[in-house]
Ligand binder design. Structure first.
Ligand SMILES: [Zn+2]
Ligand SMILES: [Zn+2]
Length: 338
């Protein structure tokens, strides 16, 4: 079967690999398409992708082969989460599902950027969901990234009327803002790119500021929304400039939710700022199976709107999709397979 394979040089090359076999209790899914995630790009850029691996995890497809199963049959259109928690370890018992040591060990095989994948019985039970007929594949493929955002909003304890700043309006920031609105927050967006600012305004953000320098943005928040500053700041940008902007914009006693990988040399919050101002800094990484279900439902109901967030590419053009994403020419790529 066709697959985009990681090369020695950490780019992708179209090649042929063996089709995965159906194993006891699981299913083979024929991949219709797969979203290109920022984390796929980070792996290649940081040169940490395994040679010959197949990346991609935001999969939508059809059940192609399946044994005896109560819930699914051949032909069902599905989306899926790629990792399944064990529900038994200390991490799972504390709802840190994405920290479960079994979580990452339960991956789909080989990965979304190819024609067929194998999903285990555990996946079928916990993270494979049927896609409603009226929902396009591209929209359904946002189930996993939107579930990541949903979990972040829950972890930050966002309440109605909270003033929330979202720094970085890529696909994650734009989805985060919509979920924050759904939770009743007043949402302020901030980005450098005019097109993203326009989309955020269309999606109902209460205000969207073009990033200039941070004293200006934090004072706009204080004069236009709440004089003490934002109750919460969601960091959805990989730029190190986001850190001082987050610190200057959040109110004393507020929360900064980190949902971004920033290069380690430059990242870090000052200890005394956290201590004297009683700030809460927390990270959120990956969704739980329950978040996937709610996420798909919010996309189906058009509460999370994704129409303007993706561009389609064929599998053979995946390197173009990666470079267009890095160059900010598009917000997110959907790689069509079948
Ligand atoms: Zn992802
Ligand atoms: Zn566990």
């Amino acid at each position: 079967m066709k697959a985009a394979i990681v090369t020695e040089k950490q780019d992708l090359e179209l090649g042929q690999i063996a089709e995965p076999e159906l194993q006891q209790g699981g299913a083979v899914v024929k991949v219709s398409g797969c979203g290109l995630c920022g984390s796929d790009i980070v792996k290649l850029k940081q040169k940490i992708a395994k040679k010959e691996a197949v990346l991609g995890h935001e999969v939508v497809g059809h059940i192609h082969k399946i044994g005896q199963n109560q819930d699914f049959k051949t032909g069902d259109r599905v989306v899926l989460g790629h990792h399944v928690p064990c529900y038994e370890c200390v991490f799972c018992k504390n709802q840190n599902y994405s920290m479960c040591r079994g979580f990452k060990a339960t991956n789909i095989f080989p990965g979304g950027f190819c024609e067929y994948i194998f999903v285990s019985e555990k996946h079928l039970v916990n993270t494979v969901l049927k896609v409603p007929d009226n929902l396009p594949d591209e929209h359904a493929s946002f189930t996993e990234p939107a579930a990541c955002c949903l979990r972040a909003v829950k972890r930050a304890g966002v309440k109605a009327d909270d003033v929330v700043l979202v720094i970085g309006l890529g696909s994650i920031g734009l989805i985060m803002g919509q979920i924050l609105k759904y939770y009743g927050a007043k949402v302020i967006g901030c980005d450098l790119i005019d097109e993203r600012i326009r989309i955020a305004k269309d999606l109902g953000f209460d205000a969207v500021y073009k990033y200039t320098n941070d004293p200006e943005i934090s004072s706009l928040i204080k004069s236009n929304f709440q004089q003490e500053g934002a109750d919460k700041v969601f960091l959805c940008s990989g730029s190190p400039k986001s850190l001082p902007l987050a610190m200057n914009s959040v109110r004393d006693g507020g929360t900064i939710l980190v949902f971004a990988s920033i290069s380690p040399e430059e990242a870090g919050f000052a200890n005394n700022g956290i201590y004297y101002r009683e700030l809460t800094i927390l990270g959120s990484y990956s969704p739980s199976p329950d978040d996937l279900k709610i996420s798909l439902n919010l996309i189906e109901k058009n509460i999370i709107k994704v129409d303007n967030l993706f561009a389609n590419y064929d599998l053979q053009d995946i390197n173009q999709a990666i470079s267009d994403t890095i160059a900010n020419k598009i917000i997110k790529a959907f790689i069509k397979i079948f």
